[in-house]
Design a protein around this ligand. Structure first.
Ligand SMILES: [Zn+2]
Length: 281
């Protein structure tokens, strides 16, 4: 037994020494970008079981920039940058934004042409409106969401094909439509995971940071913490059973990997990453 443990220990030490010597651990860095704010007067629509009727709530809109070596992934593309300096109120919701994604990237010396991949958790307007600024990037999107965008005919706020124009039609940008899970950089460091239900092709993002450890970005699987505990399923989700199954998959993954869960819309989660322009490693 002693010999066997000794052998395991030696093997483990050898493996970690090799990883350090060759620098084979992915060189990852992540920034949280401000992509707007949504002030909602009544959250009723966020539960089909009346869990939040009459409650007001402010939701942040988050995007993320992830660097792997010299490649960049933009994860979600936020509200319309036309909102900068001009907030907008409609149907009990006020939308606002401080700075566009492009301006924020500029302040850390990154231009849209540096962004290899523009990935979205799903096609809703508050996650995609600044995509046209990244027309040269390869679009990463759940395949079932992409099918719906390609088939969409008119500008419905929850299914608007216009921000995807650079990737639609002839002579257009590259698209990777993901059937289930997708290893973005091919080294296991950043993985899109299928979590359908909010939309048919919704994905969350697992980021395996070298120092911070595993991080799970929820997309709109969850909009705020209470949804995790009382399993609130929004009325506007495309499939209730799929949503509950995705909650299960996500929660089990988070527990197994001891991941930091970051709900992009919950302002209470803003301090889980350093404030921009600081980054996490
Ligand atoms: Zn959504």
């Amino acid at each position: 037994m002693k010999t066997f443990l000794g052998w395991l220990l030696a093997l483990g030490l050898a493996a970690s020494a090799t990883a350090q010597d060759t620098g084979s651990a992915p060189d990852l860095e992540m920034w949280r970008l401000g992509c707007g704010e949504l002030e909602i007067s009544d959250m009723a629509a966020f539960s089909d079981a009346h869990l939040y009727d009459g409650e007001p709530r402010t939701l942040t809109v988050s995007c993320y920039l992830i660097r792997n070596g010299d490649q960049y992934l933009l994860w979600d593309a936020g509200l319309d940058k036309a909102l900068v300096g001009a907030s907008f109120t409609q149907s009990g919701a006020t939308l606002s934004m401080e700075q566009s994604i492009e301006k924020q990237l500029e302040s850390i010396g990154i231009s849209p042409s540096d962004v290899t991949y523009a990935g979205v958790s799903h096609f809703h307007f508050d996650h995609v409106m600044q995509l046209p600024d990244f027309a040269q990037s390869t679009l990463l999107i759940g395949a079932k969401d992409w099918e719906m965008i390609k088939a969409a005919t008119g500008p419905d706020p929850l299914l608007d094909p216009r921000p995807f124009a650079p990737w639609l039609g002839d002579d257009t940008g590259q698209v990777t439509a993901i059937a289930k899970d997708h290893d973005v950089f091919g080294d296991g460091s950043v993985v899109m995971k299928a979590t359908p239900g909010h939309t048919p092709g919704h994905t969350v993002l697992l980021v395996r940071m070298p120092q911070m450890g595993n991080v799970l970005l929820t997309g709109d699987l969850y909009h705020f913490e209470e949804q995790v505990t009382n399993r609130g399923v929004p009325e506007f989700n495309t499939d209730r059973a799929d949503t509950l199954a995705s909650f299960e998959r996500f929660n089990a993954t988070a527990k197994t990997l001891n991941a930091t869960v970051i709900i992009g819309h919950d302002p209470r989660h803003l301090d889980r990453l350093p404030p921009f322009p600081e980054s996490a490693r």
